[in-house]
Design a protein around this ligand. Structure first.
Ligand code: MSP
Length: 641
């Protein structure tokens, strides 16, 4: 039975980062999981290479769009290879194979009466490549907050409005078409408001697939890109897809537009769209302008790809937003992988070598056997629902049960007793630990495709771990008498500070390499505003800048941006200052921090609190503010001039 699953087709306007890795690793885990259930799973990923964003990004560095997309799409491919992610099918939207399928589906929609030519004047968001019907000139895009541009175009329209009812019926009759539930509810309420027809062609750019009916129009990038899921498997029986795995921000395209295009063309619909949450960096959205993008390569080099995959799937509840931090990454590695799994493997195998000359003995503890069999079932159930974190927690439950069992049996003591009962008990302890380790390793194989086979080989297993299926995996599969392999640590303990330092250094190197690849100076520079006209020094001296020491900070209730602070600037009482920095700093980060205060600004009331001064911070366009501070010691109240 086939199981065809996809990641999004990633845009090539920026190089790959950990956000893309997150989806692709999760998708590959699902593919491996499905294979363990006996499916022929086929994993797709691709690149979305057309559109204005790419055209502009290429232009900005003096390259043709094709040269540019060649470079970046190669980066994506090499990233998946390095991360040991097995991709079975792929497409670049610039591939002529893909163009044919796009034109075919368009023709089908046209023949079925769902395409017409019309004209549109209104606001357009280049970033999202979307018409913003509700916006007026000068308004920002409601999706991304960036300014919209006014455009007038003659376009081909897709009669999306004709699909309102059909889509609602689809969501009703196939309740798991969109998951998780929160995303399903959002989509349903969006569609219930009624759908507008959608312009699916553009004449304002050249970098796209020409419409077969009028070549000066190119396809709207989303009409083009979504069809990539089909064109990648054109000529096979893999369509329809069993699963589209995506991030939550593109659920509307996948759960509304895409099924409507397919219905209009008379093509089968995908079975399911699952939208996971965002991966945040230290609780902040990752973005180029914030300069807080994390790449996978440094992590791979220091800890290995499996450790990253394990962390992402264990730490974050799949479907919800979650935070990435180096501290948490290394913390989990040391506690779960080095101490937990790694330790169980090395102590079990070492004891079999020491006490039984490397030969698996016979005997089995019923209590652990029962826990292991339950674990197999419950991990399978959790993974089936994409509850990776829960599934992995269950595996670690088995690991702790075995650890406890080993400590209770104390094989090191039994080994010193020569009576038959002790020796039998030792056999039983060792077999039980090794068999539990075999089951744990097999259960982890979809999440740790590099490390699991290593432990597997150390257990002396000769059949490939990739052939293990859940139906074959039950207690007792390990053969007594089997010779185990040589023991080698799979997850060496990391010294946290050194590992984090190494990853941060590598991160700078990799980001500079990526920037150099596309001929750009390292980020962010592009967003820095030009300097203002010159002023006499007296004008500057009118501004009374002081060193301040933050004594108190809390968020202003009812505001996401404002922080209420009391700052000592050498006066009898600390000043009350309200500043728009709450999206960039936690109150605890501010306490006892030395900052720069404009001390002679006229007071201003913000959300009912009178602010008596301003805190000085630097920022780039749509980046977060960064507070000015001091490296050397300086008392509060000292003047800056
Ligand atoms: N080209 C479109 C998709 C077209 S699919 C027919 C696109 N590309 S993208 O490069 O912006 O990739 C977005 C996807 O990358 C997200 O939906 C998600 O799968 C993944 N992610 C990128 N950054 C991410 C995070 N910070 N967190 C979670 N997922 C992330 O949209």
């Amino acid at each position: 039975m086939k199981y065809y699953l996809t990641t999004p087709l990633y845009y090539v306007n920026a190089a790959p980062h950990i956000g893309h890795t997150y989806t692709t690793m999760a998708a590959e885990t699902i593919a491996r999981f499905k294979r363990m259930q006996g499916y022929d799973a086929v994993l797709f990923t691709g690149t979305d290479e057309h559109g204005q964003k790419v055209e502009r990004a290429a232009e900005a560095i003096g390259k043709s769009p094709q040269e540019f997309t060649d470079l970046i799409s190669a980066e994506f491919r090499s990233q998946w290879e390095k991360l040991n992610i097995r991709i079975d099918r792929t497409i670049r939207t610039t591939d002529p194979r893909h163009h044919k399928v796009v034109q075919w589906l368009f023709q089908r929609c046209m023949e079925n009466g769902f395409i017409y030519k019309g004209s549109y004047t209104g606001q357009y968001c280049v970033y999202d490549e979307l018409y913003v019907n509700e916006a007026k000139p000068g308004d920002n895009c409601p999706e991304c907050g960036r300014p919209t541009e006014t455009v007038t175009e003659e376009n081909y329209f897709f009669k999306l409005s004709a699909f309102t009812e059909k889509l609602l019926e689809l969501y009703e009759s196939q309740p798991d078409f969109i998951q998780p539930e929160t995303r399903r509810n959002e989509v349903i309420s969006f569609v219930k408001q009624g759908l507008n027809d959608l312009s699916i062609s553009r004449t304002t750019l050249k970098w796209g697939i020409p419409l077969p009916v009028e070549a000066k129009h190119v396809f709207y990038v989303w009409f083009d890109a979504l069809i990539g899921y089909m064109s990648a498997v054109d000529g096979t029986d893999l369509w329809p897809a069993d699963l589209h795995l995506i991030g939550k921000e593109i659920v509307r395209f996948h759960a509304v537009f895409w099924p409507a295009f397919l219905m209009a063309g008379g093509a089968p619909l995908p079975k399911r769209v699952f939208a996971h949450g965002w991966l945040l960096f230290e609780n902040d959205k990752m973005s180029k302008s914030r300069g807080n993008i994390v790449r996978s390569e440094p992590i791979r080099q220091v800890m290995g790809a499996d450790a990253l995959r394990y962390f992402l799937l264990r730490e974050i509840v799949f479907g919800q937003d979650g935070s990435f931090s180096y501290d948490a990454l290394v913390g989990r590695y040391n506690s779960d992988l080095a101490n937990g799994l790694g330790n169980l493997a090395s102590r079990t195998l070492t004891m079999i070598h020491q006490y039984r000359k490397g030969e698996v003995p016979e005997g089995s503890a019923k209590a652990i056997a029962a826990i292991a069999n339950d674990t197999i079932d419950s991990v399978q159930q959790s993974f089936e629902r994409f509850e990776f974190s829960k599934g992995l927690e269950t595996v670690w439950g088995l690991i702790s049960a075995v650890d406890k069992f080993i400590v209770e049996c104390a094989p090191w003591k039994l080994a010193r007793q020569s009576d038959e009962t002790s020796q039998k008990l030792l056999d039983e302890t060792l077999y039980t630990a090794a068999e539990a380790l075999r089951i744990v390793t097999a259960l982890l194989a979809p999440v740790m495709p590099q490390s699991a086979p290593k432990i597997w080989a150390q257990l002396g297993m000769t059949d490939s771990i990739e052939n293990v299926t859940y139906s074959k995996l039950s207690w007792g599969g390990l053969k007594p008498g089997q010779q185990i392999g040589e023991v080698a640590g799979v997850f060496p303990r990391l010294e946290a500070k050194a590992a984090i330092g190494q990853m941060r250094d590598l991160e700078e190197k990799v980001s500079a390499e990526q920037a150099a690849l596309i001929g750009k100076k390292a980020e962010p520079a592009a967003n820095v505003a030009p300097t203002s006209p010159k002023i006499p020094i007296d004008d500057f001296l009118k501004v009374d800048l002081r060193v301040g020491l933050v004594k108190f900070a809390e968020r202003v209730k009812g505001s996401t941006k404002l922080m209420h602070m009391k700052v000592d600037i050498g006066e009898a009482e600390p000043r009350t200052i309200v500043a728009g920095i709450a999206e960039a700093y936690e109150p605890e980060q501010l306490l006892n921090r030395k900052v720069v205060i404009v001390a002679n600004l006229q007071p201003r009331k913000l959300k009912g609190i009178e602010s008596n001064g301003m805190i000085v911070a630097a920022s780039v366009e749509d980046g977060k503010p960064v507070l000015a501070g001091f490296h050397e010691d300086i008392p509060p109240g000292a003047r800056l001039k």
